[in-house]
Write a protein that binds this ligand. Structure first.
Ligand SMILES: Nc1nc2c(ncn2[C@@H]2O[C@H](COP(=O)(O)OP(=O)(O)OP(=O)(O)O)[C@@H](O)[C@H]2O)c(=O)[nH]1
Ligand SMILES: [Mg+2]
Length: 416
């Protein structure tokens, strides 16, 4: 364990603008804020402890909610690993659906009322019911969106970096603030119109006051439409964030697009992810697992990276950086010297050196893929640039065993 430290300073990417915490630091961070949660998850593995859930406040601490959890501990032989899961975000409603649902339920509820008294009293009671029910439904639905949306500072560093890569956090904060404001306005409108209803002098006037309340509620909700739409889009983007085992030994596969990373994941773990003969197929992180002896290992396939500064990396590439930064115990850097991937070997080499520089404490194993297409001259050229490279064919499996042994040896020595 001590031969390669994962400490915050070791993994610090301050020079490239990334907040960095290694696995041990994540554990320390986690234990400070976790609380018990009896849930487990079904992955077909044996769970032996209840796990923990983080509960965090947000929006000036007024709202407390659960965002994400470490809700399962898996035992593989003598090894324990905790699974970090990102909860799906609530889907913000479309304004027209929200209003239709609220007004529809309000009408039903008002018609079901059994009113005693004269026509004026009956009208007042029914219109009151409609305002109360409609306001409550709208407030409840909007509160759920605000309550269940994660606050970035509360997330563990790995997810913080992923979320930051995928959505505009400032905009998200503003939209949540705006929705919170809408909830308060609806509350105020409800009270104001109920007060006026109390002094309505005819059924027609009671109906007019209720219509005015509906009109103002509708326009408030319609005005909030861009915020709701933004939050819906954010939820869509974050819906597929992977669940990772934070304490499991992890190999991250990185490299240029189309070099065969996903094919290698499949070869190493038997998982069945999408593979295509064009670049940029993999848009998010893909996970697979394999067992060796009494241990289980996690393998993460990342979207292809180009050789460019971090600041210019797109959200998809930044997911790969987050996985390398926070999860990797060893990195397999995959080259495609045949260049059938569509990118020059020289560019791939630059990226390889960049990755080594960015993550100096993580062992990087270079592998040259598509060896079935590589002739001797090319092989020598590759060895000239990268002497410790292993030649493999991810599709046929040739050389993959040797690469795996090397990775396991590296993991073993870094953990012993
Ligand atoms: N000839 C040959 N083709 C391979 C080999 N490994 C992968 N390929 C092909 O290379 C193409 C890209 O493979 P992927 O595994 O999708 O590559 P990737 O690096 O995950 O690509 P992105 O997700 O787009 O970054 C596919 O057509 C694979 O069949 C190999 O060893 N030999
Ligand atoms: Mg891929």
């Amino acid at each position: 364990m001590e031969s390669r430290s994962n400490s915050a300073s070791d993994r610090s990417l301050a020079n490239v603008g990334l907040g960095a915490l290694g696995k041990r630091d994540r554990s320390a961070n986690r234990s400070a804020i976790c609380q018990p949660n009896p849930s487990t998850s079904a992955t077909g593995m044996e769970f032996n402890s209840p796990g923990v859930t983080w509960a965090q406040g947000h929006l000036k601490g007024k709202i407390t909610r659960r965002i994400y959890c470490l809700n399962s501990t898996v035992r593989t032989g003598s090894t324990l690993a905790e699974k970090l899961q990102f909860k799906r975000l609530p889907i913000a409603p479309e304004p027209k659906d929200l209003l239709a649902a609220a007004f529809g339920r309000a009408s039903k509820s008002a018609s079901a009322l059994r009113v005693v008294g004269g026509p004026l009293e009956g009208a007042r009671r029914r219109e009151r019911e409609r305002i109360v029910v409609a306001s409550r439904i709208i407030r409840d639905k909007l509160s759920k969106v605000v309550k269940d949306t994660p606050s970035l500072p509360d997330l563990p560093p790995f997810y913080r970096e992923l979320v930051d890569a995928l959505v505009d956090i400032d905009r998200m904060r503003k939209s949540l603030g705006a929705i919170n404001g809408v909830i308060k306005v609806i509350d105020k409108l409800e009270r104001e119109h109920l007060r006026r209803l109390g002094s309505a002098e005819s059924p027609a006037e009671a109906s007019k006051i209720r219509k005015q309340a509906y009109g103002r509620i509708s326009s408030i909700i319609k005005r909030a439409s861009p915020h709701l739409e933004f939050l819906r889009e954010a939820a869509r983007k974050l819906a597929d964030l992977p669940s990772v085992y934070v304490d499991m030994p992890t190999i991250v596969i990185a490299g240029y697009p189309n070099v065969g990373k996903t094919t290698l994941l499949r070869q190493l773990t038997g998982s069945e992810p999408e593979i295509a003969s064009y670049p940029f197929t993999t848009k998010g992180l893909q996970l697979g697992y394999f067992d060796r002896g009494h241990r289980r290992y996690q393998v993460i396939d990342t979207p292809g990276l180009l050789d460019r500064p971090l600041a210019k990396r797109n959200p998809i590439e930044r997911q790969a950086i987050a996985a390398l930064n926070h999860l990797a115990d060893a990195i397999i850097f995959l080259f495609d010297p045949t260049q059938t991937c569509g990118f020059e070997f020289e560019s791939q080499l630059r990226l390889y050196h960049e990755i080594r520089k960015l993550f100096p404490k993580i062992p990087v194993l270079p592998a040259a893929n598509k060896s079935d297409l590589i002739d001797e001259a090319k092989r020598q050229r590759v060895l000239g640039s990268c002497p410790d490279v292993l030649f493999i064919s991810a599709s046929s499996g040739e050389g993959v065993g040797a690469l795996l042994e090397k990775a396991l040896k590296t993991l073993g020595s870094s953990e012993s």
